[in-house]
Design a protein around this ligand. Structure first.
Ligand code: CP
Length: 319
């Protein structure tokens, strides 16, 4: 058993809020070891040979779904992409029945994305295989939080600094963002200073009770941070106008080259994707030298390999 596995005994990954800093580090350390697999000419290890992973996505996804699929395949697991729109869900079958029927086929892990917060946790009480949260409503997106922290750690590698030495701004539509919540749990547990920034309709002062600072003035925060994580405005979750116009949002909260000029020279720019180019981030910044957006995607694969390895391994030991 590796040191990371000694710190990880959970069959499920449901939230980062419930993890200890040792558990978060166990995933990050395992991901660091597994990242090298994707650089080999034969990109496969036998760690999950004979295991079956099902992707059960009730919401659209480009990055997370593909990344979990590739991660499972690189660990030699069999993968099934369950397509909700062509399944018996369209005939009214419940989530619990759907999951139990899938599990009856000998599944070791269900990776679930759902529009309702808490669905993965409910599911974990109804099945005996591993359940991994791939994003639940506005609640959490644990593997996104982990891959963001992993990407920050990589950027610090030659600087002698660690996560506890840095200040991160998470900017934009905080209230609807599962990415913001998972990021703030991972970052604060590892000792980083976090400031949430956005209009008061999207970034309420009440979020200070989560152990972070809150600001509505991006320009006053940017010069002080080491990392800026720009969030997508989630138009599909807005129930009323949260800001007067797109032009005003971009003017006050968009990350542009002009704003970047006031940041620290080694600022790291993150965005979980998908991006609204020209709204929360300009194309020049998204595609520019400070951006680690595609590194985030690449690192997501290593992080998801680690999560599958630890959860399915832990579950195998438990049952
Ligand atoms: N970051 C993220 O979750 O992207 P997808 O919605 O494409 O999976």
């Amino acid at each position: 058993m590796t040191l990371a596995q000694q710190h990880w005994t959970r069959p499920h990954l449901l939230t980062l809020e419930e993890l200890t800093s040792d558990e978060i580090s166990a995933v990050l350390d395992t991901a660091r070891a597994l990242k090298e697999v994707s650089t080999r000419s034969i990109k496969k290890v036998p760690a999950l040979r004979g295991k079956v992973v099902v992707n059960l996505f009730f919401e659209d996804s480009t990055r997370t779904r593909t990344s979990f699929r590739l991660a499972a395949q690189r660990m030699s697991a069999d993968v099934v992409d369950f397509t909700v729109s062509t399944s018996s869900v369209s005939k009214g079958e419940t989530l619990a029945d759907t999951a139990r029927n899938i599990e009856a086929m000998g599944v070791d892990a269900i990776v679930i994305r759902h529009r309702s917060s808490g669905t993965p946790e409910v599911l974990s009480r109804q099945v005996s295989c591993s359940v991994i949260n791939a994003g639940d409503g506005s609640h959490e997106h644990p593997t996104q939080g982990l891959l963001d922290v992993f990407t920050i750690q990589e950027s610090l590698r030659n600087s002698g600094r660690q996560i506890s030495d840095i200040h991160v701004a998470i900017v934009g539509d905080i209230i609807h963002s599962r990415v913001a919540r998972s990021n703030l749990w991972a970052l604060t547990k590892l000792g980083a200073k976090v400031t949430l920034v956005g209009p008061s309709t999207m970034c309420p002062k009440s979020m200070e009770k989560l152990g972070v600072a809150v600001s509505h003035d991006l320009d006053s925060v940017l010069p002080h941070v080491n990392v800026v994580n720009m969030l997508r405005v989630q138009f599909e979750r807005l129930t009323s106008a949260a800001f007067p116009s797109l032009r005003e949002y971009h003017h006050l909260f968009g990350l542009t080259e002009a704003r970047l000029a006031h940041c620290k020279p080694d600022i790291l720019v993150l965005h979980p994707g998908p991006m609204n180019r020209g709204l929360e981030i300009s194309s020049a910044v998204a595609d520019g030298p400070k951006s680690a957006i595609l590194q985030q995607v690449a690192n997501g694969l290593a992080v998801r390999m680690a999560v599958l390895y630890l959860c399915v391994g832990a579950a195998a030991a438990q049952y």
